[in-house]
Design a protein around this ligand. Structure first.
Ligand SMILES: NC(=O)c1ccc[n+]([C@@H]2O[C@H](COP(=O)([O-])OP(=O)(O)OC[C@H]3O[C@@H](n4cnc5c(N)ncnc54)[C@H](OP(=O)(O)O)[C@@H]3O)[C@@H](O)[C@H]2O)c1
Length: 293
């Protein structure tokens, strides 16, 4: 297996969970942006020819979400055009591509967890670029797979990837900083290791097309932050706010919880509830925190 954007939180989690999934971790090759920029078709073709993987996982992404609003061309260049070229290169090389996408492809239509066959309605440039990437992946080959997930937290390699919301909240709570978090946006926060285990399962059973993989249940960003601040004993520092008041550059959907409907229909094990995922994240990376999560 070859992982593009391999040193981010999901890429690292794929390696960390390989043995538990019955795979040899040494058969997983991680490539950072410096070794293979997915926006460089020659680099992509070269690594596919050299390494001859059976499966490629694309974790490379142009983000954060707000930056995409001011750099739409760059967002579409990586999240759509480069992803489409990667999907075509994989098809030509006989490699199955697993591409990561996002709950943000959905709009504000529903108040129950979105299933794979619900209609996307992107609300910002990031979401639109990711949805375009999904279409290009699925158009390239019936063998490819798109995995949508939500609010991922894990541990990227030092110097790579993004710092997840949970870790940013922990830093603020520990530093004693007053913090406002939006209470009118609901997601399904997902432990990167649980996500990775789901990806291994889907690869193992030959899944194709679009799948949702998120920890079960739903929570607002504010309620999620409450769990973190309470664990540090700093609940008094946290205040709820609204998306309108917060005024982020990118408009975000009010509700994007996901249901892993197709995973369950295949008879595969559903992902654990989000509180369980968060408790294991704390136990693994912050064992000093109270186990109340
Ligand atoms: N994080 C979330 O909350 C969340 C939610 C829903 C969906 N997802 C999806 O999950 C996937 C993985 O996200 P993540 O949280 O693991 O991201 P991440 O930690 O930020 O990792 C992404 C990696 O992509 C690499 N990268 C960026 N541009 C690249 C390029 N042009 N070529 C090759 N590599 C490139 C970065 O490398 P460098 O560090 O070397 O720059 C980074 O390590 C993405 O598709 C994202 O849309 C994430």
């Amino acid at each position: 297996m070859l992982i593009f954007g391999g040193y981010g939180q999901v890429g690292e989690a794929m390696v960390a969970t390989a043995a538990a999934a019955g795979r040899d971790p040494s058969s997983v090759v991680q490539l950072g942006r410096q070794q293979a920029d997915i926006a460089d078709p020659e680099a992509v073709q070269r690594v596919l020819a050299e390494l001859q993987p059976r499966v490629a996982v694309n974790c490379a992404v142009f983000q954060p979400v707000d930056r995409c609003e001011s750099e739409p061309e760059a967002a579409f260049a990586v999240n759509a055009v480069a992803v489409g070229a990667l999907a075509q290169a994989c098809r030509k090389a006989g490699v199955r591509l697993v591409h990561l996408s996002t709950d943000y492809v959905f709009g504000c239509a529903l108040r129950r967890p979105y299933r794979e066959d619900d209609l996307p309605a992107p609300q910002n440039v990031y979401a639109a670029s990711k949805l375009a990437g999904e279409h290009l992946v699925l158009a390239a080959s019936e063998m490819h797979m798109v995995v949508r997930t939500s609010g991922v937290y894990g541990k990227a390699r030092e110097g790579h990837g993004t710092t997840p919301f949970i870790e940013r909240m922990l830093e603020r709570a520990r530093a004693g900083q007053q913090t406002r978090v939006v209470a009118d946006q609901v997601i399904s926060p997902t432990n990167a290791h649980d996500l990775a285990r789901g990806i291994w399962d889907l690869i193992g059973c030959g899944g194709t097309g679009t799948f949702h993989l998120a920890n079960r249940g739903e929570v607002s960003w504010f309620e999620l932050a409450v769990v973190v601040f309470e664990a540090v004993g700093a609940r008094q520092l946290l205040r709820p706010t609204t998306a309108a008041e917060y005024g982020a550059a990118a408009k975000r959907p009010a509700y994007t919880a996901l249901e892993n409907a197709r995973l369950c229909r295949l008879g595969l094990e559903d992902l654990p509830p989000w509180r369980d995922g968060l408790a294991r994240h704390f136990a693994a990376y912050h064992p000093d925190l109270a186990p109340s999560a």
